[in-house]
Write a protein that binds this ligand. Structure first.
Ligand code: TYD
Length: 219
């Protein structure tokens, strides 16, 4: 029987390059002969699809329906947590049990950082995930919100898009980065393994830094 694989998570504010780095890491692990699954949240399951249509404003954003951003965060936290359970049961856990390494572009740290309002709400979100699988290691790609917004704008104009997703403003990105920092401190206190990686250099250098930090876990 194959031994259980490792669960690796890549986190960061929008524009920090989580999707690129998750793909590069999964590629590098496969090249080393490991079976590797590259996955993401919101997932491609039924709840994930619903969430994406809210974030991309194909369905009226909840903050407009409620007229209250805090109420939206509660509903979104519960939706993201439901998607996470679905993603774990449907995709992540079976792959790990079969011996694959799983790289996830985002996980519960995103709910902590994006949906947190204050310390009490962070406690609530962490509690909501009390039974969720803890990753073997999580990388937070740290990028200055201004630089990140520049990258988002360039990507949008390359794709011919005019409107941004829900969290793509400088104020939101600043808020989310500082919420990530608070989340990292809290989760490290309980023993979770989180590495902060400088996201400013080119993507190959960021990839090399991630691989270097992962070395102790590699077979
Ligand atoms: P993202 O990976 O940026 O998707 P895309 O590359 O398609 O734009 O994720 C979508 C957004 O969802 C991103 O802004 C972060 C947000 N998000 C949350 O607010 N909470 C969560 O729990 C998760 C997983 C994502």
């Amino acid at each position: 029987m194959s031994s259980r694989g490792k669960f690796i998570v890549i986190e960061g504010i929008d524009g920090a390059g989580t999707t690129t780095q998750a793909a590069m890491l999964a590629g590098a692990l496969s090249e080393r002969g490991l079976t590797c699954l590259n996955t993401r949240e919101p997932s491609d399951g039924p709840v994930g699809v619903l969430i994406r249509s809210l974030l991309e404003k194909q369905i009226t954003p909840l903050r407009e329906v409620y007229g209250d951003e805090w109420a939206e965060r509660v509903t979104l936290s519960l939706l993201f947590a439901a998607d996470r359970e679905d993603h774990l049961s449907r995709t992540v856990s079976p792959a790990l049990s079969a011996g694959a390494w799983v790289v996830s572009d985002r996980y519960f740290h995103s709910t902590c950082a994006y949906q947190m309002r204050d310390r009490e709400s962070l406690d609530w979100i962490i509690e909501l995930h009390r039974h969720s699988l803890i990753p073997d290691i999580t990388f937070f790609i740290d990028l200055d919100p201004k630089e990140s917004l520049d990258r988002i704008e360039k990507r949008k104009s390359a794709e011919g898009k005019t409107e941004g997703d829900l969290f793509e403003t400088l104020d939101q990105l600043k808020r989310i980065r500082s919420a990530y920092m608070e989340t990292i401190t809290r989760l490290r206190e309980r023993g979770d393994r989180l590495e902060i990686i400088d996201g400013c250099p080119d993507k190959d250098s960021v990839h090399t830094a991630i691989l270097r930090a992962l070395t102790p876990l590699l077979p």
